[in-house]
Write a protein that binds this ligand. Structure first.
Ligand code: PAF
Length: 281
């Protein structure tokens, strides 16, 4: 497995693979790889002959006061993870390789980016769409793999690909959890041991909601109340949002009668964590 840092090198290698008739997968990441990413790379390697992992902490998707500078970076460790998970190539550009200083063009979606995480992170999804579009143009892969943990991101990328006719198939992969239920995230490493314990409230509260849905509860107002009262039992937790939306349009709904996305964002201390599940009502 190789690591390249320039657009020219990655383009050249992927062109050679495509000419030789190989199927190529892309797994876009910001590094700090954990077993959630590993599962994406494993699956990509199973379903394709060549796998490229991009590792790029994309500055334009971070807002003011967010953790761009402190975001964990360890390329050497990431290379070991990629190699053992079955990647063939890492594309790890620096910011000035990806962005001209006078960049004018960008990609964004409208309504899908306004709720959930987009409500308080107004430019986040334009930053994601722009970098993902650039990656798709740089690396003409057949398939790209994204985690379902970032459910809004996945919905937005699927819609962007549909609307702009990108010639790539988007594959969503299930959330990977620790044994105790905490969803894997690069940001879990910010948590103290007390906070790590408190963070279990995310999955616990979602489980309560799923149980209520299974027992026939359809009022999203009541379902959100169930999640809220569970989270409020945890003193270290502060709610950012609890939302129940249509899983495709991300529109807020009153009655859970079609596939729904139940999504939450919670601060545990200073760390903002997200979790979700999709329920096929
Ligand atoms: O999910 C992520 O890690 C990032 O948002 C992505 C898709 C790699 C774009 O920077």
């Amino acid at each position: 497995m190789n690591t390249v840092k320039t657009i020219k090198e990655v383009r050249h290698q992927v062109k050679v693979w495509k000419k030789e008739g190989y199927s190529v997968a892309l797994v876009p990441t910001m590094g700090s790889l954990h077993s959630g990413h590993e599962s994406l790379i494993n699956r990509a390697a199973k379903e394709n002959e060549k796998v490229v992992v991009s590792i790029f902490v994309n500055p334009i998707q971070f807002g003011k006061g967010e953790d761009l500078d402190s975001y964990p970076r360890d390329l050497h460790k990431d290379e070991i993870v990629c190699d053992s998970a079955g990647a063939d190539l890492i594309f790890a550009p620096k910011a000035d390789e990806m962005y001209y200083k006078d960049i004018e063009a960008s990609v964004s979606v409208k309504e899908l980016a306004t709720g959930l995480c987009g409500a308080k992170r107004p430019n986040h999804f334009a930053g994601v769409c722009t970098v993902v579009s650039k990656l798709f143009n740089i690396i003409p892969a057949d398939k790209a793999y994204f985690g379902e943990k970032d459910a809004q991101q996945l919905a937005i990328i699927k819609r962007m690909v549909r609307d702009l006719n990108f010639d790539i198939e988007i594959i969503g992969c299930p959330i990977v959890r620790e044994k105790d239920g905490l969803a894997k995230s690069s940001r879990n490493m910010y948590l103290s041991s007390k906070e790590r314990e408190a963070a279990l409230i995310l999955n616990k509260s979602l489980t309560k909601c799923r149980d209520a849905l299974s027992n026939g509860e359809k009022s999203t107002k009541l379902l959100k109340k169930i999640i809220k009262s569970e989270i409020e039992k945890e003193v270290l937790a502060r709610i950012d949002y609890i939302e129940i939306v249509d899983a495709f349009s991300l529109d807020v709904i009153d009655i859970a009668c079609k596939p729904i996305l139940v999504a939450i964002a919670i601060y545990i201390g200073k760390t903002r964590l997200i979790d979700n599940f999709i329920y096929e009502a």
